[in-house]
Design a protein around this ligand. Structure first.
Ligand code: GTP
Ligand code: MG
Length: 198
């Protein structure tokens, strides 16, 4: 799929303020600083579409982007550690939970994890929760450019092993680097395919 149009639409502080659920949508979630906003920019080929920052906690609202006037990409605030207050972290969590549980047009959630680290307990718990809520998800390993060639395969395999301790079947896993613009075609082909179910 080619992205001909990618524009910021709206930021919502409450799920009910989100655009009408009349188009398929795909949301990006993961710990703060994992590279959600950077990946959205890479996929859309627009470096400043979603705001990025080296300080965790940059994205604080539910941000909708209109893609090709056909579907939405959604940039969510990071969960877990962020350079914001505990009260704000709780507020993000309530907002994200409400969005995830009630957004009827959410076709698939992209859960981003940093390829440099071992599977984090909080990420595995979050995936488990999505399983119980029935939210379809895929996994995106980010920042692959930060790994040495020899580490890449190892880290990916270790991630899969950890997932198989809980899941009978592996979810789809995308290997990406926003820096090196890797993983874009695979993600867009996947979205194109899922859009057909709309
Ligand atoms: P919050 O909105 O704060 O939750 O963060 P985020 O998950 O949206 O992360 P963001 O895209 O703002 O990126 C965080 C930092 O990681 C920035 O300094 C990015 O430049 C850097 N970064 C993101 N993706 C990559 C990548 O693929 N490779 C490298 N080397 N750096 C990356
Ligand atoms: Mg962000």
């Amino acid at each position: 799929m080619e992205i001909k149009k990618a524009e910021f639409l709206t930021s919502s502080s409450k799920p009910e303020h989100c655009p009408d659920a009349t188009r398929p949508e795909y949301a990006f979630i993961g710990r703060s600083n994992v590279g959600k906003s950077s990946l959205i920019n890479m996929i859309c080929n627009k470096s400043s579409l979603a705001k990025t920052s080296s300080t965790p906690g940059k994205t604080q609202l539910i941000n909708h982007f209109n893609i090709n006037d056909q579907w939405y990409l959604v940039d969510l605030p990071g969960y877990g550690y962020a350079k914001v207050s505990k009260t704000q972290i709780k507020e993000f969590k309530l907002l994200i939970d409400a969005y995830l549980r009630h957004r009827t047009n959410l076709m698939c959630l992209f859960i981003l994890v940093d390829s440099r680290h071992k599977p984090q307990k909080s990420d595995l718990e979050f995936m488990h929760l999505m399983g119980t809520w029935g939210v379809p998800f895929v996994i995106v390993l980010t920042k692959l450019d930060k790994l040495k060639a020899s580490e890449k395969e190892n880290n990916v395999e270790n991630y899969k092993k950890a997932l198989l301790e809980e899941w009978e079947e592996l979810p789809k896993i995308f290997i990406t680097s926003a820096e090196k613009k890797e993983g874009k075609d695979e993600i867009l082909s996947f979205i194109e395919e899922v859009n057909l179910q709309w």
